[in-house]
Design a protein around this ligand. Structure first.
Ligand code: ACM
Length: 549
């Protein structure tokens, strides 16, 4: 049973009637002007107040509230143009209505009519006495319109305020990454996260499936990976094997697709490879790497990627490429021969060779390669997407953009959600702090980025690394509500964002998390919210558990 976080909206509609102005008629012109200014500003305040009462997250690009409401009743139906019948069925089920092909009054209509000028994920939502109309060009647009509608609907009164909304995302890439290697999180937990992502219009779920701690994905050709390779986790090397079977992963991918989320798999290479090389020692290159010179390594990784591509229809395949420790790559016979064959001098140069070879291979399979920012120096294929994670190395972002690469922004500051939210919390091994406000503001970018290069930024992604996250309640506590802050940063136009307004709109959502027993960080009560997140590691025990890491 999964919980969608559509908030209970307690809206009181403010009418936007003008105060009486007739007494102004007998007054002098300047007085009339003054009165007019007062009237206009009252009107503006009143309109603004109406918008503020719509507890929508992420805040739409354009909102025009109107007085009045449409009430759902036993006869209201959801009707859709042919391309949107699946969306209609899912929306109807979510808000407890029936679908019906016939037109009529008292309906929620999903249509391509009037949507010609809209962008890929955009929608227009109109609520008036006839009912609700969602215009969109794509099923994704209809879905997002439906998500907004669900937030507008008061579940108690079944009323939807009259409103016109025109909406489209700021960024095409609105991602969340989960590391299931360091600690495993199972299918129900992943499905719950996908529901929450969908509630706030996030659309890319990046799964970090392999790392030194464990390998977490069944690969049919190499059962060793999910026997020896899937055993253990970051805090317990002897923990029983945990992994996703291909069937489980296919179910996750399908569940995500119904919510317009692409699951992007990451198989980290050539570093962070210890779990794989524990299972298949002949691939070991030392210092947690695959052997960079043996053809067995490339055969293995290409076979793994082919299997991954069968399970994941994602247009993108992430191959990691981060933190490669090449110090174990000495000139053994294989390395010497490979260097000669490819015309390189030093073993360390095989890192670039590896990156170029894997990006070429992934591209040849018709997918787009993705990797962490270390790969930029290797000059990977031009279609590669670079994930800028080292906020303290802005030059990596600059190099990636200058090299013509598309980029996803995932800087540790402020987008690593395993860092604490509050300065009063113990740092449990990490020095940085990422408050919800910092997540909402977004990353600091070099000020001199040419505007043409800014267009290469696909979007943003928050990363949930799990060296220090070992339980579902603690995972929730670290994600909520920072993921929600990220979602508004990723969706809402920059000039429409305001952290104080966001915090006010967040309150009913926070109340709902508490009601549903979802752990969340409350900036107003950091102490009690940390206590509520029990069974959290207590600050002292968490610090002790990781004292050696
Ligand atoms: C990373 O944090 N190593 C991408």
């Amino acid at each position: 049973m999964h919980t969608n976080l559509t908030p209970i909206n307690f809206r009181t509609r403010t009418s936007v009637e003008s105060p009486p102005v007739c007494s102004a008629v007998k007054k002098t012109t300047p007085q009339i002007m003054r009165n007019l200014i007062i009237v206009i500003s009252l009107l503006a305040t009143s309109l603004a107040a109406s918008s503020a009462e719509l507890n929508l997250i992420p805040w739409p690009a354009k909102v025009q509230p109107r007085a009045g409401q449409f009430s759902l009743d036993g006869k209201t139906v959801v009707m859709a143009d042919a391309p949107f019948t699946n969306e209609a069925a899912r929306l109807a089920s979510a808000i407890h209505l029936q679908t019906n092909a016939a037109a009529g009054k008292n309906r929620i209509r999903l249509t391509t009519d009037g949507a010609e000028g809209l962008g890929e994920e955009a929608y227009r939502l109109e609520v008036d006495p006839q009912g609700v109309t969602i215009h969109a060009r794509s099923a994704a647009g209809v879905f997002y319109g439906g998500q907004t509608l669900r937030q507008l609907l008061d579940p108690k009164t079944r009323q939807i305020p009259f409103v016109n909304i025109e909406d489209a995302p700021r960024y095409a890439w609105r991602g969340l990454m989960l590391d299931v290697s360091r600690h495993f999180f199972d299918k129900p937990t992943v499905l719950q996260l996908l529901d929450w992502m969908a509630d706030y219009k996030l659309n890319r779920f990046h799964l970090h499936l392999t790392d030194d701690a464990a390998w977490r994905l069944e690969i049919k050709k190499y059962p060793e990976l999910t026997q020896a390779g899937a055993r253990g986790n970051f805090t317990d090397a002897n923990a029983p094997a945990r992994f996703f079977t291909r069937a489980e992963m296919q179910a996750i991918v399908q569940y995500a697709a119904q919510r317009h989320i692409v699951v992007v798999p990451e198989i980290d290479m050539p570093g962070h490879a210890s779990a794989a090389t524990r299972a298949l020692p002949h691939l070991d290159g030392g210092m947690h790497t695959y052997h960079p010179a043996r053809e067995e390594t490339y055969d293995f990784l290409q076979n793994v990627l082919l299997d991954v591509m069968q399970t994941f229809p994602s247009p993108w395949i992430h191959f990691g490429g981060d933190e490669v420790n090449t110090s174990g790559w000495s000139k053994d016979a294989d390395v010497a021969e490979k260097l000669r064959a490819v015309g390189l001098a030093k073993p360390q140069q095989l890192e670039g060779y590896f990156v170029r070879r894997m990006t070429k291979y992934i591209s040849e399979q018709g997918r787009t390669p993705m990797g962490w920012d270390e790969i930029v120096s290797a000059k990977p294929t031009t279609n590669t997407v670079v994930f800028w994670w080292r906020h303290n190395k802005p030059e990596m972002l600059e190099q990636a953009l200058a090299g013509g690469y598309a980029v996803v922004l995932t800087p540790r500051s402020p987008y690593y959600l395993d860092y604490p939210q509050d300065q009063s919390y113990p740092k449990i091994g990490w020095k940085l702090l990422n408050t919800p406000e910092a997540v909402y503001r977004g990353p600091l970018l070099p000020t001199n980025l040419p505007s043409a290069q800014r267009k290469q930024i696909l979007g943003v992604e928050a990363c949930v690394w799990t060296e220090r996250i070992a339980s579902v309640p603690y995972l929730e506590f670290m994600v909520m509500p920072r993921m929600v802050a990220l979602a508004e940063m990723a969706w809402t136009p920059d000039n429409q964002r305001d952290f104080a307004q966001f915090s006010a709109r967040l309150k009913p959502f926070m109340a709902q998390y508490r009601q549903l027993g979802i752990q969340s960080y409350d900036a107003d009560q950091p102490d009690s919210s940390l206590r509520e997140a029990s069974p959290l590691p207590t600050p002292a025990s968490a610090a002790a558990a990781h004292a050696n890491n």
